[in-house]
Design a protein around this ligand. Structure first.
Ligand code: BGC
Ligand code: CA
Length: 309
């Protein structure tokens, strides 16, 4: 039986969940509060740290470095040193800044993830006047070398979102929320090049009235996609383009999803409570919470830390 439990504290724009399998803790961010949270399911204790300088859209531990995390701050990629307890980081070192030259100063980073080799990928989006209403085609998708230098892979993105890789590392799945689809690229793991872009799951054809947001992949090769304004995560088969099942959460702005727990068979789903009306807030008292879901009948892979030089 599927069971859904709200955890930790609420957020305005909860995002970027990362399950640290070694430590058995969940990291996630609140983009609009510029905070990084750490939640330990065993004790149910949540701690958080506030970062100065702009919205923080992702948090991923640095491989082999205790208390170091790759984060984004506005258009900057940075390494934060944090003991997991203090309300301020002990250090934030900027590694690089994207979109500097071409008048895109208002962009900010959004979703990002390390590929199975530990290479970071992250995308940007233009300024948002209200949730999912943005200046279109202002964002890009970047990958980063192990010293943090960006490389532009895709341009003209509206809201850069979900990323996932097939277990054979031959396919990269990708979401631009305003395309209302999940797309795939052929992925060259050595060179980091992507090609042959195509749609593998179409939200409109499947009558899903929501924005595709963050996603993850299970050990059967199916994708779990958070549906912003849909209050759900869907499981889709990217090979057949079919919708397989749905997990409902009591928060309409569902933003991202990862597998976690001791057996990697639980889902952690982040959500937002961004400009919801008074009525919606009353109807959804758990809007903005993160949810732990058990009994979904699928398993994920351990997530990869970022490898830096
Ligand atoms: C972004 C939000 C946006 C939402 C829409 C999220 O990933 O962080 O700013 O409103 O996607 O799908
Ligand atoms: Ca997202």
């Amino acid at each position: 039986m599927v069971s859904v439990e709200p955890i930790g504290n609420t957020t305005i724009l909860g995002e970027g969940p990362h399950w640290d399998h070694k430590e058995q803790v969940l990291y996630f961010v609140d983009i609009l509060k510029s905070t990084v949270a750490k939640y330990e399911p065993l004790t149910k204790i949540q701690t958080s740290v506030t970062v100065d300088g702009g919205p923080v859209s992702l948090v991923i531990p640095v491989e082999g470095k205790k208390d170091q995390f790759v984060i984004t701050v506005g258009r900057n990629l940075a390494v934060m040193t944090w003991d997991g307890k203090s309300s301020k980081p002990s250090k934030v070192d900027i590694l690089s800044t994207v979109d500097d030259e071409d008048g895109k100063q208002e962009n900010r980073f959004n979703d990002g993830k390390a590929d199975p080799t530990g290479r970071l990928w992250a995308g940007t989006m233009g300024p948002e006047s209200k949730p999912a209403v943005v200046d279109k085609h202002k964002g890009s998708l970047f990958s980063f070398s192990n010293d943090g230098k960006p490389r532009t892979l895709v341009k003209d993105i509206s809201i850069a979102n979900g990323l996932a890789w097939s277990s054979d590392m031959k396919t990269m799945y990708y979401i631009d929320s305003l395309n209302f689809s999940v797309e795939a690229f052929d992925f060259n793991v050595q060179s980091g090049e992507i090609s042959n872009r195509r749609v593998v799951f179409d939200f409109k054809k499947n009558h899903i009235d929501a924005f595709p947001d963050g996603m993850t992949i299970d050990t059967e090769g199916n994708l779990w996609v958070a549906c912003f304004n849909g209050g759900q995560v869907i499981r889709v088969d990217p090979r057949s383009g079919k919708l397989l099942s749905t997990v409902k959460v009591p928060s309409p702005q569902t933003t991202s999803v990862v597998f976690g727990g001791p057996n990697l068979d639980e889902l952690y789903i982040t959500s937002a409570n961004n400009s919801l009306s008074h009525e919606e807030r009353k109807k959804y008292p758990y809007a903005g919470y993160t949810f732990r879901v058990t009994g979904v009948g699928a398993k994920g892979y351990p997530m990869t830390n970022v490898h830096l030089a």
